[in-house]
Design a binder for this molecule. Structure first.
Ligand code: ATP
Ligand code: PRP
Length: 304
């Protein structure tokens, strides 16, 4: 790290971001939505934030839980799977589930192996990048089934799905999202160890100054706003006054909908936040209740 950087890091809030991989682009979108301004120079994994007393530290997603848990950085974004694998659940607090990087950690075996239950893997060989979680899981399994020999857990850093075909393993423990990688490798899932998504975590160690504690709070709250904006739309419509009670039940909003008078005494205008995933159904029900001019507006940001 340059002398300039180390001198300027002192006293700043440190925020860890995955340096590449599945979560990287989404994290950049979040930082932009939260107006965290920075320029990442080509070779550097630390950069100063221009508009806050903060620096970003770009780290492998797997290392972020430990850095946050041990208090080397104040907060960060990583996967729940990484927090569990690093055994850092007690040392960090999950502040926000971010809704991306969703996947499952599954035990998989070759379709042609005929294995249908994890019990059949006891005493055999399992390859994984999640040696802690897999080790704990198969350790308990070995005890439960009274295996004569312990299941062997072998670590590989990537391309785990190739292990069975290469004769290295009887089964693997790996992440699955669409299932494409698993199917292409001729594998099938027989057990789910955990489900995961990206999370904002903060260290349980105390923050040295009130200003820094407030800054962590402010940036977390901005990120929560960006995430909420992605989940909700704003639904505006006109409805006869006599039907407004029914309409409000359909669009109760987060706290309560805004109901405003119109120039026509018999009608009111309603504005309410609605979950994006439910909007089509909500529009159908509003129409049946007598609503007209139903407009749905995307939110680019919000504070909830
Ligand atoms: N296929 C996937 N779909 C969704 N999320 C995933 C998927 N694979 C991994 N993730 C999530 O993204 C996190 C980071 O995974 P990724 O494979 O990008 O890590 P990495 O090993 O640091 O990057 P790289 O593979 O580029 O070295 C995982 O811990 C998991 O939470
Ligand atoms: O179910 P799918 O949608 O196919 O995704 C699963 C794949 O994604 C992850 O690997 P990634 O592509 O991140 O590369 P890696 O093997 O380098 O970790 C994971 O390890 C699987 O291989």
């Amino acid at each position: 790290m340059s002398d300039f950087l180390s001198a300027n890091l002192a006293g700043r809030v440190l925020f860890a971001i995955p340096k590449k991989g599945r979560l990287y682009e989404k994290c950049l979108e979040l930082l932009s939505g939260a107006d965290v301004q920075f320029t990442r120079s080509h070779r550097l994994d630390v950069c100063l934030v221009r508009n806050h007393n903060m620096a970003l530290v770009f780290l492998p997603a797997a290392d972020i839980p430990r850095f946050v848990g041990e208090g080397n950085v104040h907060f960060g974004i990583t996967g729940q799977d990484m927090v569990a694998e690093a055994a850092m659940n007690e040392l960090v607090t999950e502040v926000i589930e971010l809704g991306f990087g969703k996947c499952k950690l599954q035990v998989q075996v070759p379709v042609r192996s005929g294995i249908t239950s994890v019990d059949q893997l006891a005493g055999k060989k399992v390859v994984t990048s999640f040696e802690v979680l897999a080790g704990r899981y198969f350790g308990e399994l070995d005890t439960r089934v009274g295996a004569k020999e312990n299941t062997v857990i072998e670590y590989v850093g990537g391309s785990v799905e190739a292990a069975c075909a290469l004769g290295l393993a009887d089964g693997i423990v790996d992440l699955v999202e669409s299932g494409e990688t698993m199917r292409a490798a001729g594998l099938t899932p027989i057990e789910t160890l955990l489900t995961s998504q990206a999370v904002l975590i903060r260290s349980n160690k105390p923050v040295s100054s009130t200003e820094n504690a407030e800054l962590i709070e402010r940036v977390s709250s901005r990120i929560a706003g960006v995430i909420a904006a992605g989940k909700y739309v704003l639904c505006n419509y006109n409805i006869p006054r006599k039907a407004v009670d029914e309409a409000v039940k359909i669009t109760p909003g987060r706290r309560a909908p805004t109901v405003s008078p119109l120039d026509d005494k018999e009608w009111v205008a309603v504005s309410s936040m609605v979950l994006k995933a439910e909007i089509a159904d909500v529009m159908d029900r509003l129409q049946s209740a007598g609503a007209t001019d139903i407009l749905v507006v995307a939110l680019s940001n919000c504070r909830v």
